[in-house]
Design a protein around this ligand. Structure first.
Ligand code: ADP
Length: 669
């Protein structure tokens, strides 16, 4: 490009106009001398009007504008000086400029370029706003977190307080209720007029329902707190159901209705699960069925739904021919405090909590529950549960056994601090015909154990001086004693079954004590053959089976403390009842009289261990009992009946011999 072109005014103008940013030249006096179109566009003022006017007048802050122009001339340049134009949009600009001089270096004026930074400022502002918002949000989140943590802590401590309160209340209510219900039962056994009996039954029933209510509320609180836990222990489903059905025998007879069980014998013998909770589900459903049925029958059904190598799914149902539930109410019966009609409570009692708990118990174990019902026809509650299969043996189970007044000579140590409970226990044990001794705390119990011998201990947990856990720990670990210990507890929420087991207790029973359960649990523990005896027999198990002698009176003589007259009595009893039972078993098997078969097998079962007959035969009798409960004939059953007949006849023969021996001994002494 030629020098002349560069110097041409058009060239200078095109350079000025090339800038998209507003550009202006000012004289040393601060007057506008030239500008580009961008500036006239921005200000909306024509070139002619702008020329010769004061530079500073076009800015919102004219003093600041004057400073800028002064700075240019003082320093010779200005960089990024911020100003706001006095235009309709108050455009924010940054001024950059420098002076221009003539050939001799004299300053003629200044060229300043204004950069519109509205957009930049907007973004900046937005960024700042965003940052402020972000900071605000962060601090709000922090605040919310702190609040939430506080709320959680509060809720947790409220929940803990609720649990503690319920647990304490449970204990406080159960303790006197234990005495009320217990002594009512004691008085009920005495001679009473019909009227007195009626009043006492009313007291007992009210007490029982109060205990049910406490248990229900505690269970719901547990579900609320997410503390409902389920055991996974091996149990025998048939035994579990049989025990439960037995509990309803009296009620059923009173109401003149029938209870039928349909048990699928394909259900694996031993399963892993929570037998106690299954019991609780059934008790609730059957209680309702009994309560709401006045004629007809109740059918309790267990059916194998599906099975694989590891699990079995079982469908259970309870069907009644009772009053039924209307369609509108059917959807609500599983809700808390819901009853089908407002008059239900008045007519039938109850609180409407039972089914809510049943639903929770089923669903928390991964099962489902449904109900079908028709008014005046009846209802069916069905639920299914999945159980893990096991080859293991079922844990010690309580099979409800009838009070046998013949069994005496069992010495019980009751460890209990509350005098009322002591008295109640004494009365119960006297009824059982057992000998008993009482210790007011763990320490006294240990002294008594050191001084005398006992067959079983009933141990309260909360006691002054030394509680039940510490005492049991001492008995097991320091004294190295294997004496059976049953824990007695009035507090079902905090009773830590694991803790009971961990210190070496064999079982536990909650107050108010059900005397049948107490008796059965005690008998199950005292009748268990001593481990040493069992081991010796296990070693020679073949020999036992093939040996000509099938009985072993070791455990009988231990239990009767070698008292020959007592042994004689027991043997006579066996000789007296066994042939009749065998006959009844055979007859009812041939006639498919399942109830008769159940009764015969059931009565025979305890006699095997009493007379030391090999456990295989006891298991055979249990098998027969299972088939009878299931009301089904299975392959090989006739063979088992025959084997049982043979072994019992052989046992009778051997016991006749023993009896002769014992008679000789008695004459000799
Ligand atoms: P509760 O029996 O204590 O009232 P449940 O939760 O066990 O509480 O039962 C809720 C309601 O459902 C009962 O009050 C009754 O109206 C109805 N119900 C439950 N089972 C049956 C049944 N088998 N037959 C008729 N109604 C029933």
């Amino acid at each position: 490009m030629k020098n002349a072109e560069i110097k041409s005014p058009q060239y200078a103008r095109s350079l000025i106009e090339a800038s998209l940013d507003p550009l202006v030249t000012i004289s040393t006096m601060g007057k506008i001398t030239d500008m580009n179109e961008a500036l006239t566009n921005l200000t909306g003022i024509s070139r002619e009007q702008l020329i010769g006017t004061d530079f500073k007048d076009y800015f919102t802050d004219s003093r600041k504008a004057r400073k800028v122009y002064k700075e240019v001339f003082a320093k010779g340049f200005v960089i990024d000086s911020p100003l706001t134009m006095r235009d309709s949009k108050s455009t924010d600009v940054l001024f950059n400029g420098s002076v221009y001089k003539d050939g001799r270096g004299k300053v003629l004026g200044a060229v300043v370029v204004a950069r519109d930074i509205t957009e930049r400022k907007r973004i900046e502002r937005q960024l700042i706003e965003a940052r402020v918002f972000a900071e605000l949000a962060a601090s709000m989140a922090e605040l919310a977190k702190t609040k939430a943590e506080g709320a959680t802590r509060y809720a947790e401590s409220a929940m803990k307080a609720k649990q503690q309160f319920l647990s304490n209340m449970s204990h406080e209510i159960r303790t006197p209720m234990n005495a009320i219900i217990g002594f009512t039962k004691v008085v009920l056994k005495t001679d009473l007029s019909a009227e007195q009996k009626e009043y006492l039954i009313a007291i007992k029933m009210s007490g029982d329902s109060l205990i049910v209510l406490i248990d229900d509320i505690l269970d719901l609180a547990k579900v609320d707190a997410g503390k409902m836990s389920f055991e996974k222990t091996p149990f025998r489903m048939t035994t579990s159901l049989a025990v439960m059905l037995k509990l309803f025998q009296t009620k059923i007879q009173e109401k003149n209705i029938e209870i039928v069980s349909e048990y699928d014998i394909d259900i694996p013998g031993v399963l892993m699960g929570d037998a106690m909770r299954l019991h609780q589900i059934f008790i609730n459903l059957i209680s309702n069925a009994v309560k709401f049925t006045n004629e007809g029958k109740i059918t309790v059904c267990a059916r194998l739904l599906s099975e694989d190598a590891e699990h079995a799914t079982i469908e259970f149902s309870v069907t009644d021919t009772g009053i039924g539930i209307s369609k509108e109410k059917l959807g609500q019966v599983f809700e808390n405090f819901q009853q089908a009609t407002s008059g239900t409570s008045r007519l039938y009692g109850g609180t409407g909590l039972g089914l809510a708990i049943v639903k929770q118990l089923v669903e928390l174990q991964g099962g489902t529950i449904t109900v079908k019902s028709e008014v005046d026809k009846g209802s069916t509650f069905s639920f299914n549960l999945n159980f893990q299969k096991t080859n293991g043996e079922a844990e010690l189970e309580v099979e409800l056994i009838e009070l046998d007044k013949e069994i005496k000579n069992i010495k019980v140590l009751v460890v209990e601090d509350i005098p009322l409970n002591q008295l109640l226990m004494k009365t119960l044990l006297d009824d059982f015909g057992f000998e008993r001794d009482v210790a007011a705390n763990g320490k006294i119990a240990i002294e008594k154990l050191k001084a005398g011998s006992y067959d079983i201990i009933l141990m309260d947990l909360q006691m002054p001086e030394m509680n039940g856990f510490v005492a049991t720990d001492y008995i097991r670990n320091t004294m190295q004693s294997k004496i059976p210990i049953i824990a007695l507890t009035a507090d079902v929420t905090t009773v830590d079954l694991e803790k009971c087991k961990a210190v070496g207790m064999n079982d536990y029973i909650s107050k108010p004590v059900d005397e049948r359960i107490l008796y059965s649990k005690m008998m199950a523990l005292v009748k268990k053959p001593a481990p040493e005896v069992k081991k010796a027999r296990d070693k020679n198990s073949n020999e036992v089976k093939t040996s000509t002698r099938c009985i072993d009176l070791g455990s009988l003589s231990q239990r009767t403390r070698k008292d020959p007259s007592l042994m004689k009595e027991m043997i006579l009893l066996y000789l007296d009842q066994t042939p009749t039972l065998i006959h009844a078993m055979k007859q009812s098997f041939n006639d498919k009289d399942w109830n008769g078969l159940h009764m015969a097998a059931h009565t025979l079962i305890p006699s095997f261990s009493i007379m030391g007959i090999h456990v295989d035969f006891e298991n055979m009798a249990k098998k027969i009992q299972e088939y009878a409960i299931a009301q089904r004939q299975a392959e090989g059953m006739d063979e088992i009946v025959l084997q049982l007949e043979n072994i019992c006849l052989q046992a009778c023969k051997e016991l006749q011999e023993e009896l002769k021996e014992l008679k000789m001994q008695t004459y000799a002494t």
